[in-house]
Each structure stands twice: as C-alpha cells, then as structure tokens.
Ligand binder design. Structure first.
Ligand SMILES: *[C@@H]1O[C@H](CO)[C@@H](O)[C@H](O)[C@H]1NC(C)=O
Ligand SMILES: *[C@@H]1O[C@H](CO)[C@@H](O)[C@H](O)[C@H]1NC(C)=O
Ligand SMILES: *[C@@H]1O[C@H](CO)[C@@H](O)[C@H](O)[C@H]1NC(C)=O
Ligand SMILES: *[C@@H]1O[C@H](CO)[C@@H](O)[C@H](O)[C@H]1NC(C)=O
Ligand SMILES: *[C@@H]1O[C@H](CO)[C@@H](O)[C@H](O)[C@H]1NC(C)=O
Ligand SMILES: *[C@@H]1O[C@H](CO)[C@@H](O)[C@H](O)[C@H]1NC(C)=O
Ligand SMILES: *[C@@H]1O[C@H](CO)[C@@H](O)[C@H](O)[C@H]1NC(C)=O
Ligand SMILES: *[C@@H]1O[C@H](CO)[C@@H](O)[C@H](O)[C@H]1NC(C)=O
Length: 738
C-alpha cells in the first residue's frame, strides 16, 4: 500500500492565493498549439523544461563528444496527468465538454496550469506545474480536484484520482541507477543517480556529469488517490528535486515538503512578483495594446526563465550561459543543442542587463570561466590570445555540430562580439572594479587573438581579416567582412583603454593593438556610398540576415550617409526567411534615422509572424518555415528595438567616463506611452517613461546624481529629469556627477 498524503485545503484559501493576473500577464487558450514545441518553456536557471515535452535539462549538463555535445536529456518525469475515476473506469477526453479545458500561462506568477470542467460529473480538475523560483532544485506538479455539486447529488460521483507519468522514452544521454527505491517508512524517497555517457572533451572535462534525482513519490506505477464522495476537494503534489550533489537535492526536497502546498506555491509566485515589481517590467499604454503587451511580457518571462534566480534556498552552481532556445530546450537538432553563440552577447545580453546587473554579470562570468579553453582553442588553431569558439557548451571548447564546420572556422567575430558586450556593460554600469577584474583579462586576450589573426600589408599600412564570415552565413570564406572588421576595431580600442585604465604598463602591447585597429580596412564603395558586406560583394546579392546594417545599431560605428545607404541597399536583398532579429534591427536603425513608417513596418514584421498565438512563444523563422521554438534570440532583438530603438536610449563609453544618450523617442503603432521599471545607469535605478518626443526619467533614491553635458556645457540635473526631444534635435548626453 502506497503512503498517500492528502492535503485538504479549502477552495476559498486556494482561490485566494491564486490572485488573478492582469490580462497582459495571462495567456489563455482553449486549444493547444498543433506543434507542442510551442508550449511554454519554463525554467529557473538550474532546471528547465517545455510543458508536455519529453525532457528536463540541468544548467551546464551536456552529453556527447565535441560537436555532438548537447544538453543531456533527463526524461520528463514531471509530465503527469490526472484522471478522475470510479470503480467502472476513468474519465477520458470525451467526458470533457467542448472548450472544457482552459490552458493558461500565468506570466506574473510564473506557472502553467490547465483547468478542466467535467460538467456532467460536476467536477473541476486543476493541474499546475512550475520549476520553483526560490527552491530552484525542485520541480512541482500539483493537482486540485473539486466537486461543484452538493453532497446529496454525489451518489455516483467518482471516488479516486489516478496520476500517470508520461516522461517520454528513456534517456540516451544518461545511465540511471536506482540507489533507493523509496520505502513506505517515512522520509525515504526514491533516488536515482544518473551519469552522462560521453565526455565533451577530456582535457577540460575529466569526469562524467553525475546528477541525483529524488522523487517525493514514486510514480513508477500510476498512483491512485482515494477521494471519498463526502470530501469536497482533493489536493496533491509531486515534487522532483535534482542536483549534482545528492545532499543538496535531498535537503531541497525536505525543505519543500515542510511547506504546505499553499506556502510553497506562494513562495514561488512571490519570487516572480518580486522580479516584475522590483527588477524589470515594461508597461504599454494606448488603445488596443493588449496583444503587444502580452508579447512583451512573455518575451521578458521566457528570457528570465533561463536565468539564475538571484535568491535561492541553497547556493547556485556557476551559470553556463544563455543559449538561443533557453535552458528548457537543447536536445533536438533544431535547438542549437543548448550551446552559447554570439546570440548570448549581441542579442540577449543587452536586454538581460536591464533586468539587473547581476544577471548580466553571471552571463559574462561564463566567458571568464571559459577563458582558459578559449586560449587553448586559439593556440590549437595556430593563433595567440583567446579565441572563443563559435559554439560553446560545458568545456568552452568548440562544439559546433559536424554538419557545419564553416561557421566554426570563419565566424571569428564571436570573440570581438564578447569584448563589445563587455564595453557596453561598463558603459551602463560604470563599474570600474568589475571592468578591471573581469572585462580587461578577456579583452586583452581577445585583442591578442585578433592581432595574430590579421594579415597586414606593411607597405600599404593596412590590415585585413582574410577567410572570415560575418553574420550573413550565406557567405563563408570572404575577406574583410565589414561587420567583423568594425567590431574588431571596437574590441581592440576597448582593450587599449581598459589596459591603461587598469594600470597595466605594457605600452608595446597597446601600441601594437592600436596600430592594427587603425589599419583595419573598412570597405566602402565611393560611387554608391555604401559598405559592401565583404570584398567582392556585388550589389543586389541576397544576404541571409542583418549584417552590415549592424554598423549603425548596435555597433554605433558608422551613422553617416553611408549607413543610410546600407539600410536601403540591404533592405532590398535580405532573405524573406531571415531570422526575426533581422527586421528588429532594421526597425531600430530606421528609428535612429527618423524614418518612422519604415521603422514601424519592420518592427511589426520582426514579431508578428514569429510569435505563436497561444502562449506567445517565438519561432526562429516565420510561419511556414522550419525553425527552433522558444527563440530567445528573436525576443532579444525585439526588446532591443523597443528599448533602444523606440526609446532612443543608449550607453556609450567616452574616454574614462560613461554617457547615457537620450535621443528623441517614439512609440510603436497604437502605443501612446511606454513605462519601464527600471532602467539602471551607474548605481541608479530609474523609472523611465517615453512617448512620442518625450522621455523622462525619475531616479528617486539615487546614490549618484546626473549632469547633462552638451558642447562642453554642463547642466546639473539632480536625480530626475524630463526632456522633450524629437529625433531631429541633437541627443542629450547624461553623465554621472562625480
Ligand atoms: C505529456 O503529457 C501530455 C498531456 O498529458 C501528452 O499530450 C504528451 O504526449 C506527454 N509527453 C510525452 C513526452 O509523453
Ligand atoms: C470554442 O472556442 C472557440 C474559440 O476559442 C470558439 O470559436 C468556439 O465557438 C467554441 N465552441 C464552443 C462550443 O463554445
Ligand atoms: C529496487 O527495486 C528493484 C525491483 O524491485 C530491485 O531489483 C532493486 O534491487 C531495488 N534497488 C534498491 C537500491 O533497493
Ligand atoms: C583615464 O584614466 C587613466 C588611468 O587613470 C589615465 O592615465 C588617463 O589619462 C585618463 N584619460 C583621460 C582621457 O582622462
Ligand atoms: C599587462 O597585460 C598583459 C596582457 O594581459 C600581461 O601579459 C602583462 O603581464 C600585464 N602587465 C602588467 C605589468 O600587469
Ligand atoms: C538592384 O536592383 C534594383 C531592382 O531590381 C534596381 O532598381 C537597382 O538599380 C539595383 N541596384 C544596383 C546597385 O545595381
Ligand atoms: C530596392 O527595390 C526597389 C523596388 O524593387 C527599387 O525601386 C530600389 O531602387 C531598390 N533600392 C536599391 C538601393 O537598390
Ligand atoms: C516630467 O514633467 C511632467 C510635467 O511635464 C511631470 O508631470 C513629471 O512628474 C515629470 N517627471 C519627472 C521624472 O520629473
């Protein structure tokens, strides 16, 4: 006989703690997406899974050698379904009325639930699932069955609930052994130990990953829960706890089971509410902005779900970065195997940093921890310094899928992309200590790599990058890709500055880096006044995605007429099937050039056909094309277009100081006002409101005050300021008052 713990919670109490979320945080549907890959992907930085999917993944746990390394699939033991039964049998789909099940993703409280009404039986069945945000080793499934009829009418009412697990096939990534079957005598749980099958790269991974999975209850056989007809409601929960250490998983489960169903759930929703209330949220105001608000909120939620919780029951393990489809995916060929790409630093990080500096730091810390591997990679491929691999997983060595060796070989821009991100983080945070401790060591090694990778012509005093590939992956093995050369210049200049600022005295190094930066060729076609994407680019040749246009936003490298012509040239020839962030970048760039109707058109194009309607999950490609689900990279581009494009905000390093640049703002179609809580600059945390030609920040309890600097003139601003700036006006430059 199984030991069954039944929690009886009154209907009122349970409803009370399920505070209804505002519509813009509640995604509800009566029919599931036809492709279940577009179900919500939930996570807490330690564990992640897609609702109804066949996999659970753990931060940093990969299986497979080199290019075959992918997130190691743990069967989805949390995929549990409840049925209502009597002695003749159980309910089936047919007992559910048409539209009798509501499927809901509550973004504000961070959980998924389905709510089914069996009208003929007078019963509702609610099933919830969530990865706990505070007890982040724990995954939770809860079921609440309620009788709606009065007691007299219950003679033939069902008498038990049957819970069945649908974890999918057994894992080919792990060998699991049962180390405890869980006995009926108290406090003894079913424990599995899993060991991954294949090392990624022995030099940097001497041991197989080992994980422990502990179940609050064994569901090896379907579980039958008695539900006497006199009892109005039956509540039950299953908790699965996982960690690399058995003691950590064990403690988590014990701590969780000390709490009532209600307290455990409240702790989770409070943790998410705290994120929205004190860390980051965007509110849109206007007529008919519900759908766009839901897309914005879902975007923030799905991104944040892959990030570590900052407050947890037990200390977190180091974070292994953000992959294009998040922590809850990475096993399918379409899911980028859970690897880190330039997507992390260029597309997602600029938004993640807005959630709070600590998130940005943890994402970048992954690169710090992989610096040794990047140095090895540079050395092994015949160069100096640190060469970050195009795809990076557990060890930080190159793990690009063997299908596509050219991206690994030619897309060297990943290394300077990381330096660009480091500089951007400094420009916003003005954190000098972090810059010297964390950014400078990476920037120095990247600079050394870049110098060793160039081909310089001493007589002509020019340097080239030969045999590279820019973001446009339709053109491998080209010379002097403009994006690569531009971002390399930025990386070299940042390294020189950081080295000097941090008191390094190797002047010969700085001179060498400066020389290469000054000599790197930036191709420009004089006649047509535009940047050819690479040497030999023929105008009107189709490109895969945004490449040269990135010289404007986000690189801020060239905003002259040449850049305006680039926008015109490349807009015409970019592939229809291009990834979402391509159009977001056209939007952001057209906002900077005040071409609003084009900007609006591209902004809408950048999300409308990429977001699946039910749960606002993004696809990599527009409807009708094969692509990855939960495409966080696309979300990153979209939110950047909103914040930095429409909002007109930017952060730049300017000598030894940082500047917040506020250009005239604009709002997307139908939106009158955008409120962002909060934007950080230096140590300040500001409420920011922008409208068409109005941008105001209020940094109430600031630790630092601001001044505005224009043409050498300084104006004191205090801790809040209000501007009316249109795009045609020069931008306002805000600095932290020293
Ligand atoms: C998970 O459960 C859902 C709903 O019960 C089911 O449709 C789906 O096929 C299950 N997934 C797997 C991998 O079995
Ligand atoms: C079920 O819902 C769909 C859309 O959500 C609606 O079009 C349809 O009329 C509903 N059917 C019933 C019987 O309520
Ligand atoms: C668990 O149960 C199985 C089947 O009953 C048995 O073969 C196995 O030895 C048990 N393992 C442990 C660790 O008790
Ligand atoms: C920046 O700081 C460094 C180190 O403190 C100093 O050597 C340099 O002169 C400063 N540069 C400027 C432009 O103030
Ligand atoms: C300066 O930085 C370079 C590159 O990282 C390093 O090799 C050198 O030891 C540093 N010199 C000093 C004096 O810190
Ligand atoms: C590119 O093609 C368009 C239309 O096909 C044409 O109008 C334009 O002149 C071409 N541009 C160049 C630079 O050849
Ligand atoms: C873009 O295409 C349009 C329509 O085909 C054409 O009129 C225009 O000249 C093209 N622009 C460039 C810069 O090639
Ligand atoms: C900006 O000015 C408006 C009135 O024009 C005022 O209502 C608002 O409080 C001000 N905001 C800040 C941040 O000072």
């Amino acid at each position: 006989m199984k030991k069954i713990v039944i929690f009886v919670v009154s209907l009122l109490i349970l409803r009370g703690c399920l505070g209804e979320a505002p519509d813009e945080y509640l995604l509800q549907t009566y029919s599931l997406p036809s492709d279940l890959n577009f179900m919500p992907t939930l996570g807490n930085g330690h564990l992640g899974y897609t609702v109804y999917g066949d996999a659970i993944f753990m931060n940093g746990v990969y299986n497979g050698a080199g290019g075959n390394s992918k997130r190691a699939r743990i069967p989805n033991w949390l995929n549990i379904t409840a049925q209502i039964c009597d002695r003749f049998g159980c309910t089936t789909e047919e007992d559910v009325a048409v539209n009798g099940t509501s499927y809901e993703m509550n973004l504000r409280d961070g959980y998924y639930r389905s709510l089914t009404t069996f009208r003929s039986l007078g019963i509702t069945l609610e099933q919830r699932t969530y990865p706990h945000k505070f007890y982040n080793r724990a995954l939770v499934y809860e079921v609440v069955a309620s009788r709606l009829t009065n007691r007299k009418a219950r003679v033939n009412s069902p008498q038990y609930l049957k819970l069945t697990q649908h974890p999918g096939s057994s894992s080919d990534a792990f060998q699991f052994v049962v180390i405890n079957n869980g006995s009926a005598s108290g406090g003894d749980y079913r424990v599995l130990r899993g060991q991954t099958e294949v090392l990624e790269f022995e030099k940097f991974q001497p041991n197989h990953h080992e994980i422990f999975v502990i179940f609050s209850e064994s569901l090896e056989q379907p579980l039958q829960l008695e539900w006497p007809t006199w009892q109005d409601q039956l509540t039950h929960r299953i908790v699965i706890s996982m960690d690399r250490q058995q003691s950590v998983a064990q403690k988590e489960l014990q701590d969780v089971l000390q709490l009532s169903v209600k307290s455990l759930f409240l702790k989770h929703t409070e943790s998410w509410n705290q994120f929205w209330d004190t860390e980051f949220s965007i509110q849109l105001r206007g007529d008919d902005v519900l759908e766009l608000s839901q897309i914005v909120n879902a975007g923030i939620f799905y991104l944040a779900s892959s990030l570590p919780s900052l407050e947890t029951n037990q200390e977190n393990e180091p974070f292994f970065g953000l992959s294009p489809t998040g922590l809850g995916r990475g096993n399918l060929e379409a899911d980028y195997q859970g690897h880190n790409f330039w997507d992390t630093e260029i597309w997602m990080l600029p938004v993640v940093t807005q959630f709070g500096y600590e998130y940005g730091k943890q994402v970048l810390d992954y690169r710090t921890r992989k610096l040794e591997a990047a140095k090895y990679h540079a050395y092994a491929s015949g160069y100096k310094g640190a060469r970050f691999p195009w795809e990076s997983a557990y060890t930080g060595t190159e793990v690009t899928n063997p299908c596509c060796p050219e991206v690994a070989r030619y897309e060297i821009h990943i290394s300077p992309d990381i330096s660009f991100a480091l500089q951007k983080f400094f420009a916003q945070s003005a954190d000098f200590d972090w810059t010297c401790d964390k950014a400078w060591p990476i920037a120095a090694e990247v600079a050394e790599f870049l110098v060793s990778r160039t081909a310089c012509e001493e007589l002509k005093e020019v340097c080239h990058f030969l045999g590279v590939m820019g973001p446009d992956e339709d053109h491998p093995d080209v010379d002097d890709n403009v994006y690569t050369n531009a971002v390399a210049k930025i990386a070299l200049d940042f390294a020189v500055w950081a080295g000097q600022m941090c008191g390094n005295s190797s002047t010969e190094l700085f001179e060498k880096w400066t020389k290469v930066s000054n000599r790197l060729v930036i191709l420009r076609n004089e006649e047509l006044d535009y940047h050819p994407q690479h040497l030999g680019y023929v105008p009107n040749t189709t490109v895969k995605q945004a490449d040269t246009i990135l010289l404007g936003f986000p690189l801020n490298f060239d905003t002259s007429s040449t850049h305006l012509n680039d926008l015109k040239m490349y807009a015409n020839v970019t592939r229809e099937s291009g990834p979402a962030m391509t159009w977001s970048m056209f939007a952001a760039n057209y906002l900077h050039t005040a071409e609003y109707s084009r900007a609006h058109e591209y902004f809408e194009r950048g999300y409308k056909s990429y977001v699946r309607p039910e749960f606002k999950v993004w696809s990599e490609t527009p409807v009708g094309y094969e692509g990855s689900a939960n495409f966080l990279t696309g979300i990153g581009g979209f939110l950047q277009a909103l914040i930095f494009g429409y909002g007109g905000l930017d952060f730049v390093r300017n000598g030894n100081r940082t500047t917040m640049v506020m250009s005239g703002s604009m709002t997307p179609p139908n939106v009158n006002e955008v409120e962002v809580n909060f934007i950080r600059y230096g140590m300040n945390k500001c409420q920011w409101i922008f409208r068409n030609k109005y941008s105001g920040m209020n940094c109430g309890k600031s630790l630092q005050s601001f001044e505005m600097v224009q043409g050498g003139k300084r104006t004191l601003l205090g801790t809040s300021f209000n501007f009316s700036v249109s795009r045609e006006d020069p931008p306002k430059y805000i600095q932290i008052l020293r």
